[in-house]
Write a protein that binds this ligand. Structure first.
Ligand SMILES: C[C@H](O)[C@H](O)[C@H]1CNC2=NC(N)=NC(=O)C2=N1
Length: 94
């Protein structure tokens, strides 16, 4: 599994404006806030189905109506196209 190349990294702020790259460049992160726990859980259920379909899984946490998602590719030891693909699919759920 290849890590993102320089051009793809440069495109991240445009492609994924709501995701913040980690200082070490190895992951991207976004926080989501919903009306209540049920809405947050429903979102997480849909993300879980995306993750299974893409065989690419988030590192995430949920506190009541908040969901924090961090994406990285463990097999690549950093960011890959799989992270970009999953992030875009997650954004499309909103
Ligand atoms: C064997 C299976 O394809 C791998 O373990 C997949 C599963 N989901 C994954 N998710 C993430 N975030 N990174 C991976 O490297 C990864 N690898």
């Amino acid at each position: 599994m290849q890590q993102l190349d320089a051009a793809a990294r440069e495109a991240l702020p445009t492609l994924l404006p709501d995701w913040s790259p980690a200082a070490d460049g190895r992951s991207i992160r976004r926080e989501f806030r919903f009306a209540d726990f049920g809405a947050a859980w429903g979102f997480m259920s849909r993300v879980a189905l995306l993750a299974e379909r893409q065989d690419h899984h988030p590192d995430w946490r949920n506190v009541w109506n908040r969901v924090e998602i961090t994406l990285t590719t463990h097999d690549a030891g950093g960011l890959s196209e799989r992270d970009v693909t999953l992030a875009r699919a997650i954004d499309a759920l909103l």
